[in-house]
Design a protein around this ligand. Structure first.
Ligand code: AMP
Ligand code: ZN
Length: 143
């Protein structure tokens, strides 16, 4: 299947590239939340956060930290968000894994989610469910 981010990594499609090394590439998002909004992607195609191999992810996150500092300094931002959307419901539109680096300013609009409160006892039930899942898949954790 045609992937626009693979095409950018292979230089078949244009992008405003700000950094690259052997395995990752970073370029500006064409529909920025704020100017300077950058994306960081592995050059190899992985669909999402759960399918990128750990070694690739470690390199990608190190590069993201480095590029985030450069973005923040260059647009004189007060802060920034690092986000990754995974799945339709989370707003993922390009199924080639990427981090967003979004510069933020003190006078910015608010895009905070509406927070929920747990009903009595529910927080433990949710934690129990996640604790069992963590144990069940422990053999694939190589941290
Ligand atoms: P997501 O919705 O998290 O999958 O993020 C995909 C992002 O890629 C969106 O913010 C788009 O604006 C951005 N995008 C889509 N096509 C391009 C492109 N050709 N060059 C740069 N950014 C793109
Ligand atoms: Zn791809």
């Amino acid at each position: 299947m045609e992937c626009i981010f693979c095409n950018i990594a292979e230089r078949k499609s244009e992008a405003e590239i700000v950094f690259e090394d052997d395995s990752i590439i970073s370029f500006l998002d064409i529909q920025p939340i704020n100017y300077g909004h950058a994306l960081v992607i592995p050059k190899k195609h992985f669909d999402n956060f759960l399918t990128i191999p750990p070694e690739e992810l470690i390199h990608l996150i190190n590069a993201t930290q480095y590029i985030a500092g450069a973005v923040k300094r260059s647009v004189n931002a007060d802060g920034f968000n690092i986000i990754s959307n995974n799945g339709d419901s989370a707003g993922q539109t390009i199924y080639h894994f990427h981090f967003h680096i979004i510069p933020r300013f003190n006078e910015d609009f608010n895009f905070k989610p509406k927070f929920k409160n747990y009903k009595t006892g529910d927080i433990k039930n949710y934690a129990d469910g996640i604790r069992s899942a963590v144990l069940k898949y422990k053999d694939i954790y190589n941290g």
